[in-house]
Design a protein around this ligand. Structure first.
Ligand SMILES: [Zn+2]
Length: 280
């Protein structure tokens, strides 16, 4: 197994393994983590830390996994608020009233790929297995966000839409934002056909030749990490404030969930983020 990432730190507590971004650890008022497959109770193709309901695993095991993950990584289970991902770009502002949604209360909206909040003790939760997790922190306004950027969300600019949403809702300036691109399918592993290539090649303002490789024969490789990094920079976040994990889920499928590596028979990873103190 390869746990190395220059921008992320690997932790193991009580048998539960998770990753955090070094850049976010500098701030005492925010907690965040990205899960792994290690330390849960799920069995068979979901073994062992599956944090996705609704993929065929038992709800009881997934619930126990959430409890174990929260206690290892320092989150309060009762404060979790989940997304409802469908590869769209809808961003939902959530607060204390939404606690439990998609975890211990049914989801109440069908399409939510981004979550933002400026309330303390509201833990944002989003799900992954190759798609790109985007983390946002505004240390000045004390606000946070998480977004799910698959290739569709990436092309549709959900990263830039998060920056706009935080500006509109919290008065966040892009110059103040700290952002991160989490573990997901890497540039060597994400091969696509012409229709997907064509969508990415339309992003002319971002110099798409910097994140598309043409292999010939109608096959292309796309670097979703670099595409998202450029989208965030184009939205005004200074490049030195953007961390990229550089960890490929498909290459590390023994300890991270990868949709492509498992042919879809899999559990899911979660990103979590929570303000521990609100604005002074
Ligand atoms: Zn890979």
């Amino acid at each position: 197994m390869n746990y190395d990432s220059k921008n992320m730190k690997f932790y193991e507590k009580g048998g539960v393994a998770y990753l955090t971004f070094l850049e976010f650890e500098k701030y005492g008022f925010v907690r965040h983590a990205f899960s792994t497959r290690i330390g849960g109770v799920s069995k068979k193709e979901f073994a062992s830390m599956n944090l996705n309901f609704g993929r065929g695993d038992s709800d009881e095991d997934v619930t126990e996994n959430f409890h174990r993950f929260c206690s290892a990584a320092g989150f309060d289970y009762t404060t979790l608020v989940a997304s409802a991902q469908d590869h769209g770009t809808f961003i939902r502002r959530v607060g204390a009233r939404n606690r439990g949604t998609g975890i211990w209360k049914p989801k109440d909206i069908q399409s939510v790929d981004g979550l933002i909040t400026d309330e303390a003790d509201v833990t944002l939760v989003t799900f992954y297995a190759d798609c790109v997790p985007l983390f946002f922190l505004d240390p000045a306004r004390r606000a946070i966000g998480l977004a799910h950027a698959g290739w569709r969300g990436t092309v549709a600019g959900i990263g830039a839409k998060m920056v706009k949403a935080m500006g509109r809702e919290f008065g966040s300036s892009p110059r103040d934002l700290v952002a991160a691109v989490g573990p997901s399918i890497g540039p060597e592993c994400f091969e696509v056909d012409t229709p997907v290539y064509e969508e990415f090649s339309k992003l002319t303002e971002l110099n798409p030749q910097e994140f598309i490789v043409n292999n010939g024969g109608g096959k292309y490789h796309i670097d979703l990490w670099e595409a998202n990094r450029r989208i965030l920079m184009h939205a005004g976040i200074p490049q030195e404030q953007i961390s990229v994990a550089g960890l490929c889920t498909r290459c590390n499928a023994q300890w991270l969930w990868s949709h492509r590596a498992t042919g879809g028979k899999r559990g899911g990873l979660a990103a979590m983020m929570c303000l521990t103190e609100g604005r002074a």
